[in-house]
Structures are given as C-alpha cells and as structure tokens.
Design a protein around this ligand. Structure first.
Ligand code: HEM
Ligand SMILES: CC(C)=CCC/C(C)=C/CC/C(C)=C/COP(=O)(O)OP(=O)(O)O
Length: 293
C-alpha cells in the first residue's frame, strides 16, 4: 500500500528525531527563565527550530539518496524509492528553511536565527556531505549540530548565550556518540556495504564498545553539571544518578559480553535516557521551588 503524498513529505523530515530535538529546545526555553516563556517566543521559537531541523533532515536525505538506497534500514525512504523527485525534495526543503528562519527572525531574535542556520548547515552540509564519508569521528564532530537545540531555545528567550545553556549543549554532545555507535554496531554490515566509514566498520566492534563506555562515563559526569552549577536541585540529581548508572552498566556489559540484541537495546535506552534527563530538568525547574517553600 503506497503512503499518501503528505506522509512521504513528512517521512522526509525524520519526524521522530526532530520531535526529540524540539522537545530539548522547548525545555531550553523554560529553563532560561524563572517565569513563563512569552507565547510568541514559545510558538515562534519551537516552530522555527522545528522547520529548520526538518529542512536539514530533508537536505540530508537528498544528499544521501544513493547511499540510503544501499541500506535495508533506509532504502524505503521516499527518494531512494523514487516516490518523490529531487526537485520536490529540494523545493520542500527551501519552503521549510525559509519559513523557519523567517519565524525565528520575527518572533525571537537574530542571534537565534543565525545559530539555527549554522546548525542547519553543520548537519546538512558539513556532517552529511563531508564528515560522514571522511572520518569515523564524523558523528563526534557532527554531533554539535544536534546538540544545539536547547541552546537555541535558551537564546530565543534571553537573546544571549549563558553558561547553563552550554551545559545543556554538552549533555547532548556527550550523549551522541553512545547513541549512534550502538546503532552503528547493530548495522555495521550495511554501513560497510554502503562504503561509509562508521567506527565499527573501520575499528571493529570491541573498540567501538570501549568508546561507547568512555563517552557514557563522560556523559555521566557532564549530566551532573546542572546540579554542580546549581542550575538544578536534588530532584534532578535523584533521577540523573540512576539513569546514568544504568547507562554505564549496560555499556560495561557491551564491552564484557556483547550479546546479539544488546546494541539495539542500548540504542533504544539512549533515547529514553535523553528524554528522561530533559524531563527531569524541567520538573526540577518548576517543582523544586514549590517544594522548598
Ligand atoms: C550526529 C548526530 C546523530 C546521529 C549520527 C544519529 C543517528 C541516528 C540514526 C542513524 C537513527 C536511525 C535509527 C533507525 O532508523 O533505525 C537515529 C534515530 C534517532 N535519533 Fe539520532 N542521531 C544523532 C543525533 C540525534 C539527536 C541530537 C537526537 C535528539 C536530541 C536524536 C534522536 C533520535 C531519535 C528520537 C531516534 C529514533 C527515531 C525513530 O524511532 O525513527 N539523534 N539516530
Ligand atoms: C537546525 C538544527 C538544529 C539541525 C539539526 C539537525 C538534525 C536533524 C540532527 C539530527 C541528527 C541525525 C538524525 C543524524 C543522523 O544522520 P545520518 O545521515 O547519519 O542517519 P541516516 O542514515 O538515518 O540518514
């Protein structure tokens, strides 16, 4: 059964990834202020970041259409199957990008618009066209674009880059390698066939598992920074500690005895972990002052 046309366009935007990006951006907005985020900033900022991230995802799928056709996970996408043409994809990306940038310009501020456009270029051009095919460190460097949304949310509200916003950026930056390399282990044969030098292809599963453990340890430490910097309180700490310990235990198990479905489970856990950490930051921000009174 072919999908309706709008669903093909929707799939081109990597909707579930972009939803989590926008979730972290919105939480960045709430954390930037002790009060309520003005609604034009909340709506315009979220929509602008959403549209620009979606634009970046469409450009990524357009640039990767030939490699995507060679991998089972990606070959049913609208460009490899030919359901959408190059012109349709590029036209759609232009509409998304221009509308997103205009919303950020009118409803937030120029700093947020420029930082968002830099992230868009970082992912769609620097990561996709250059880093992805050049080095197994591609996602460590390219991860900076995906880590930007909470910082973008923060600047949308305040118009300036604050140290606390950089902590949020660092959490996602440290999270990206364990997030992606778990999946890359699972799909290493496909990446090898597509000629993409992901870490498990160039350095093997054991080395990649060790790197996952190393970055999970860095993530554990970075995730304590909101508490250390007195940005969040005990409620956040009480959640972040067990979430981090569980992540470390699973990564350790991957190094010690990598059973077949562990990489996929670790990948799924990475997503739950990030959602939970950001949800905790928000809960702590609004609930703790109430509890303390
Ligand atoms: C350079 C950085 C990143 C790389 C290379 C990467 C890679 C990937 C890949 C290849 C998938 C597809 C899994 C599949 O379809 O089987 C995926 C899924 C996902 N990623 Fe990432 N990711 C990155 C950053 C991020 C960021 C920053 C977020 C959000 C904050 C994120 C959220 C997600 C989510 C929610 C999924 C699941 C999507 C679904 O179920 O369809 N990723 N990631
Ligand atoms: C403006 C802004 C904040 C932009 C954010 C960019 C963005 C959509 C980041 C998500 C990162 C991601 C899904 C990488 C996977 O690409 P891949 O090509 O390695 O994965 P694939 O093989 O599934 O296509």
């Amino acid at each position: 059964m072919p999908l309706p046309r709008w669903r093909e366009y929707y799939e081109l935007t990597k909707p579930r990834v972009v939803l989590l990006l926008v979730f972290t951006a919105v939480i960045g907005m709430f954390l930037a202020t002790p009060g309520i985020v003005p609604w034009p900033v909340l709506i315009g900022g979220s929509a602008g970041i959403w549209l620009c991230s979606a634009c970046a995802a469409v450009l990524n799928q357009w640039a990767d259409r030939e490699a995507d056709a060679r991998m089972a996970r990606t070959r049913r996408r609208p460009l490899p199957t030919g359901t959408l043409s190059d012109v349709q994809a590029l036209g759609f990306a232009a509409v998304l990008g221009i509308t997103g940038a205009a919303l950020l310009y009118w409803l937030t501020n120029t700093l947020t618009m420029w930082l968002t456009l830099i992230s868009l270029v970082g992912y769609a051009v620097i990561y996709t066209l250059f880093l992805k095919r050049a080095t197994p460190q591609n996602i460590v460097i390219g991860g900076a674009a995906g880590a930007a949304p909470p910082l973008l949310g923060w600047t949308a509200v305040t118009g300036e880059v604050h140290a606390h916003a950089l902590i949020l950026f660092l959490i996602i930056f440290a999270w990206t390698p364990p997030h992606f390399w778990a999946l890359a282990i699972d799909r290493r044969d496909e990446y090898a066939r597509a000629g993409i030098p992901m870490l498990p292809v160039t350095h093997g599963v054991q080395f990649t598992s060790l790197q996952i453990l190393l970055y999970t340890a860095i993530l554990f430490a970075v995730a304590l920074l909101p508490y250390v910097a007195q940005m969040s309180g005990w409620l956040y700490l009480a959640g972040a500690l067990p979430l981090g310990v569980l992540y470390l235990l699973w990564s350790w198990q991957l190094v010690r005895k990598p059973v077949d479905d562990l990489p996929r489970k670790l990948f799924n856990y990475s997503i739950i972990y990030l959602m939970a950490i950001f949800a905790l930051l928000l809960l702590d921000h609004y609930l703790l002052p109430v509890v303390a009174v």
